[in-house]
Write a protein that binds this ligand. Structure first.
Ligand code: AQP
Length: 333
């Protein structure tokens, strides 16, 4: 019997800082679990990162660290393609053609642009505006079937689909129109200080997030300081966003349901609960941190993984970019 071709999944993460527990629970942890079922392509999105001002030396270091962290979190370069976005120039080449097939009005409607330009009013650059076009290129250039997206990226994926369909309509079938992939587990983790906002690695308040490389005492301190609610009952509810967020974290770490957690902490108050949350996070992150340190010390290996990844990704991407350039009438060399 003919073996069915695996579907191709593409996802990326920006090297804008050490990954948070939110990045891990919402994205990276799931990525490792997809490797056997799908053909996975994981990109460190350093070109996207410079839509906000970055310190060059720090960005380089964070890019290496992001690679080491992805591998430490279980992404196996023998199974998945791992590479750095800027090392595959075809992404930006395709991005230009796609931007000529994207309307100004469409980009103006993107809520992430509105949010980020309000937050960084001193640097509303054109890259921030055209970010979703580069994201469309990242996806379409691999013919990805599926793209894992959180709520905040849904609109960008919809735009990618529109661009692909429009291009296919004008130039003939070229791009696979990707679908969203919604993982079974993949909760949205909120800030520990302002639980109505998502946990973000670029949050100015360091107590708002747990980083994957935080030491145990730091994790314990941040959990203890996490904002909770006025009563002391461990129970999930929309009017208890702080406790609900901690329960989501605890549930993601231990596999326990909300009901089980409520029973476990019945009558025990927040103090015990916060310590248990911290301990569960420490237990999950300790082996990742050990593996991360080992990998980061082996720079030759990391560079080899990224080089091989960029070469393989580059071959796939080049083929798509050539096809597109030919279709839109560029002279071939
Ligand atoms: N709080 C979160 N809960 C669940 N999933 C999350 N992701 C991010 N924050 C949470 C998911 O992580 C993946 C990679 O995200 P990214 O680094 O490319 O960009 P982001 O979503 O903007 O993440 P941050 O941490 O908030 O970065 P900064 O602060 O630099 O903007 C995505 O799949 C995302 O859904």
């Amino acid at each position: 019997m003919e073996e069915q071709k695996k579907k191709r999944i593409l996802s990326g993460i920006q090297p804008t800082g050490t990954f948070t527990l939110g990045n891990y629970i919402g994205a990276v942890r799931n990525w490792g679990q997809l490797q056997d079922e799908y053909e996975c392509i994981y990109m460190i999105a350093n070109l996207h990162a410079i839509t906000l001002r970055q310190e060059p030396a720090k960005l380089r270091q964070q890019t290496r660290e992001a690679a080491a962290l992805l591998l430490a979190c279980g992404i196996d370069p023998a199974k998945s393609l791992v590479f750095v976005q800027s090392q595959v120039p075809a992404h930006t080449q395709l991005s230009w053609v796609l931007s000529c097939n994207t309307q100004f009005g469409e980009l103006s409607r993107m809520t992430q642009f509105k949010d980020k330009s309000a937050k960084h009013a001193d640097n509303v650059n054109a890259g921030l505006f055209t970010y979703p076009v580069l994201m469309a290129a990242d996806i379409l250039i691999y013919g990805a079937d599926l793209v894992p997206v959180g709520a905040d990226q849904k609109q960008h994926l919809e735009l990618t689909r529109n661009i692909a369909e429009r291009f296919n309509g004008v130039y003939g079938p070229t791009f696979t129109v990707p679908e969203g992939y919604f993982p079974k587990q993949g909760a949205r983790i909120m800030s520990l200080q302002e639980p109505e906002r998502k946990m973000s690695k670029s949050d100015e308040n360091v107590n708002a997030f747990i980083l994957l490389l935080d030491e145990p005492d730091v994790i314990l301190r941040k959990c203890k300081r996490a904002v909770t609610d006025s009563d002391s009952r461990v129970a999930a509810s929309p009017d208890k966003p702080g406790v609900t967020n901690l329960m989501t974290i605890y549930s993601s770490m231990t596999g326990k349901t909300f009901d089980e957690i409520e029973r476990e902490f019945d009558g025990r108050g927040y103090g015990d609960f916060k310590i248990a949350v911290a301990e569960s996070v420490i237990a999950e992150l300790s082996p990742i941190q050990r593996e991360y340190k080992r990998l980061l010390a082996d720079r030759a290996y990391l560079e080899e993984v990224l080089k091989t990844g960029a070469e393989t990704a580059g071959r796939i991407a080049r083929r798509y970019a050539d096809k597109v350039y030919k279709k839109v009438g560029m002279l071939q060399l």
